[in-house]
Design a protein around this ligand. Sequence first.
Ligand code: AMP
Length: 426
Amino acid sequence: MGFSSFNFDPRITAGIRALGYSKPTPIQLQSMAPILQGRDVMGLAQTGTGKTAAFALPILQRLLSGPRGATRALILAPTRELADQIEQAFRELGRQTGQRSMTVFGGVGAGPQLSGLRSGVEIVVACPGRLLDHLQHGACNFSRLEVLVIDEADRMFDMGFLPDIRRILKHLPARRQTLLFSATMPDDIRKLAHEILRQPVTVQVDHTVPLATVSHALYPVVEHLKSALLAKLLEQTGGSTVLIFTRTKHRAKRLAERLREDGQDVTSLQGNLSQNRRKAALEGFREGKFNILVATDIASRGIDISQITHVINYDMPDTTDAYTHRIGRTGRAAKTGDAFTFVTSEDEPMVRDIERVLRSRLERRKVEGFDYSARQTATPARAAGHAHHHGSPTPHRSGPAALGQKPAGSFPGRSGRFKFRARRRR
Ligand code: AMP
């Protein structure tokens, strides 16, 4: 079944064509008809399935008739990056519709947001905290709101946004269409859905199984050899677009610095950066200025960069959902991708959980020519000097962290230490 069966207005069909979508994805096939009928929908789907267009297209169609100059659709999203991406999808799909859209989130000046909200931009994509600020100061009026979308509800719950969402709901008309999307359905989200959705249609696509276009491999390694193993792997993946995840902000920053010293075109994304620097990092990566992005889980959701060929979990994620989200950054839009995960002996329980979710055993790989028996080269004093940076959020992780133990730029190699060969990719 193609897009034509949904009878979208030609202005919307033009947007679909402009983005090169030839046929609807499964979540779109299941959810667009009920959304077009005005039904409430509960969608169990993760990013990468095409869920943004699944709600954006019917909303754009709805907004074609009816008043202008009033906010009629509100989309709540957990992170600024995701909000940006959703707003961009509305803008691109709705280019010919004349509908206006904007984002509202913290970390940037409130002025332009206030004037946009006051002018009655039709589509608002917001993170809960800043939006609530504006609502509580009477800066916007949602009395004519028709559609509310709560996207990545489980993530919002994880981030502690549920109370804010409940407060926001009090400012919205009770008579509205509500769509709730979530990759997983923890009890609190189920409860919220039960409270706010009216006779919802439930749609579901492969919500816990990572994309089939990604091949997964584990790289067993001891903690102190992680950076050397990474160096070796990056040599092999030469020139690819690689997203590397670390457990903490500090580790992301340090690893990016180290890779930069070794001549890699690398940037990093973590929550300590200002919004402008986060945006610059992401755009630089998207545009190919950097071929490596080192990030914390802040980048594990919502980021849609179709050319990412490899996701490397330098540190094991804390949950199977986090694994799913991280590796969902590659293999997007039907391209294939590789997900490599470094595992230490302490990570074995998580490996078993991931294998259970994937319903298959993951391949264990060894890198040929890599000295897995190389000794740790750091002096105890140096390692101790950095210890305070590596407070692990998970109790099962202990032992020294690889980063910070060795002088920048040098890695333990086959014969003791070697200077990581400086290379320029582009
Ligand atoms: P999402 O799950 O909304 O983050 O979408 C993932 C990616 O799939 C985005 O790059 C979309 O532009 C793309 N996409 C969405 N719908 C389609 C479609 N019907 N055909 C091809 N690509 C799509």
